[in-house]
Design a protein around this ligand. Structure first.
Ligand SMILES: NC(=O)c1ccc[n+]([C@@H]2O[C@H](COP(=O)([O-])OP(=O)(O)OC[C@H]3O[C@@H](n4cnc5c(N)ncnc54)[C@H](O)[C@@H]3O)[C@@H](O)[C@H]2O)c1
Length: 143
C-alpha cells in the first residue's frame, strides 16, 4: 500500500495550568506536531511557558489565538465554564478541539459544543477516557 504523506499538525493550547502544560508537552512529543500558539491571561505563566517550550505566539486573550487561520487543533484546558465558548469558537473557525474534562459546565453547553463540531465537520474530543493509553490499546489488540 502506498504511504500517505501526513501534513504537520499545528496546535494551539488555551489555559496553561498543569492540564494545559500536559497537552503542550504531549503535542511536542509527537513527531510532526508543533504547538504554534498559547493563550492565558496570567502574563507571568504565559511568558514562562512560552520561553520553556519555545512557542512562537502567546496571547493574553484566547480569542486572538482562535482567530488564527493556521491552526489545525485547539486544546481547551481552562476552567470548565470557559470550555463551551472557546470550543465553539474554535470549531466554528475550522479547528478540531481537544477539551479537558468535564466537557462543559452544564448539559446545554455540552450540546452546543457537539452541535458545533457536527455542523463544521470537525473532531471534538474530551480528555475523559483511557482508550488512547498504550496498555489499553495493547489489551484491545489481544482481545
Ligand atoms: N485530565 C485531568 O486529569 C485533569 C486534572 C485536573 C484538571 N482537569 C481539567 O482541566 C481544566 C483546567 O483545570 P484547572 O482550572 O484546575 O487548572 P489550572 O487552574 O491549573 O489552570 C487553568 C488555567 O486556565 C487559565 N485561564 C483562566 N481563564 C482563562 C481565559 N479566559 N483564557 C485562557 N486561559 C484562562 C488560568 O490562568 C490557568 O492558567 C478543567 O477543565 C479541569 O476539570 C483535568
Amino acid at each position: 500500500m502506498e504511504a500517505i504523506a501526513l501534513q504537520p499538525l499545528r496546535a494551539g493550547v488555551v489555559g496553561l495550568g498543569w492540564p494545559g502544560e500536559t497537552h503542550l508537552k504531549h503535542y511536542n512529543a509527537q513527531p510532526g506536531v508543533s504547538v504554534v500558539a498559547i493563550a492565558d491571561p496570567n502574563a507571568e505563566r504565559l511568558a514562562k511557558i512560552q520561553a520553556a517550550y519555545d512557542v512562537p505566539y502567546a496571547y493574553g486573550d484566547w480569542q486572538e489565538l482562535v482567530a488564527r487561520d493556521d491552526l489545525d487543533i485547539v486544546s481547551v484546558a481552562t476552567p470548565n465554564y470557559l470550555h463551551m465558548p472557546i470550543a465553539v469558537a474554535a470549531l466554528q473557525s475550522g479547528k478540531h478541539v481537544l477539551t479537558e474534562k468535564p466537557i462543559a459546565a452544564n448539559a446545554a453547553d455540552a450540546l452546543a459544543m457537539v452541535e458545533a463540531a457536527e455542523a463544521n465537520n470537525r473532531v471534538l474530543e474530551v480528555a475523559f477516557n483511557h482508550r488512547h493509553r498504550g496498555d489499553v490499546q495493547t489489551l484491545k489488540r489481544i482481545n
